[in-house]
Design a protein around this ligand. Structure first.
Ligand SMILES: [Zn+2]
Length: 256
């Protein structure tokens, strides 16, 4: 780190749990953020400001007027631009010293597998079950930890699925594919603006902790927020021995 970086990241470096070594881990990390919307906005802003060396942003959508109530990385001026380009412009202004890779695609198949396998941590900031399940399966296959967030109306939730940890469930253990969970589009249901800020910022926090290797992650726990009454509920989630995605995980056997 040069003198300029020591100053930029000084408030991290002052933390005993992070220090120069932890900050260097952040600078060496490559974090994949799927979705540059309500959750992806605050998550990417904090990851960039914190000095994550390479941020890969994925979204195939464009900035729309209806996004601006909660997707705080975008601006009125950038309506009509690809979201990943708009986000890159905002992040570059905050931290021009990191690499930001904008991927304007709906990721699937080999391309998804490739980007997940090259990431230190993946953040699922998408808004539909199809993407969530595809991202989860790619993370399990590659052994890369996943920080998954969701928010609708006044309800938010967040968890970490860490395939490096034998006792950690995957997303499909918790929400089995084909179990009848319906997609609830925020276009029809509405979402309380700061809720995505709370959950997205927590996703960034979990990702930074995983990269640095401090504390305990949310692996094995689902945190749910009732934003109307500001009440958090934490429930323990276990691996499902019959999970179609991770039950045959070769790298770590199901704990007995
Ligand atoms: Zn599973």
């Amino acid at each position: 780190m040069n003198d300029h970086q020591l100053l930029r990241y000084s408030r991290h470096i002052l933390l005993d749990e992070i220090g120069i070594e932890g900050q260097q881990r952040l600078l060496a990390a490559r974090v994949l953020v799927i979705g540059a919307g309500g959750l992806g906005s605050p998550a990417a802003l904090y990851l960039a400001a914190s000095g994550v060396g390479t941020l890969v942003l994925v979204d195939d959508d464009e900035v729309d007027l209806t996004n601006l109530q909660r997707q705080i990385i975008h601006t009125t001026e950038r309506i009509g631009q690809p979201k990943v380009e708009s986000a890159k412009a905002a992040l570059t202004q905050i931290n021009p010293e990191i690499d930001i890779i904008a991927v304007r695609e709906r990721l699937a198949g080999e391309r998804l597998a490739e980007l997940v396998a090259s990431a230190t941590v993946v953040l699922d900031c998408s808004d539909n079950f199809k993407t969530r399940h595809a991202v989860n399966a790619a993370c399990v296959a590659a052994g890369v930890p996943l920080v998954a967030g969701a928010a609708i109306r006044f309800d938010g939730q967040i968890s970490v699925f860490d395939p490096r940890n034998a006792s950690s469930p995957c997303y499909a253990c918790l929400f089995p594919p084909g179990a009848g969970f319906e997609d609830v589009a925020c276009s029809s249901m509405g979402v309380f603006a700061p809720l995505v800020g709370v959950i997205g910022a927590m996703q960034a926090a979990e990702a930074l902790k995983l990269v640095i290797g401090i504390g305990a992650s949310l692996a094995g726990r689902l945190l749910m927020l009732d934003g109307k009454y500001m009440e958090w509920t934490s429930i323990a989630v276990a691996r499902d021995a019959a999970c179609p995605v991770c039950s045959h995980r070769h790298d770590s056997a199901l704990p007995s």
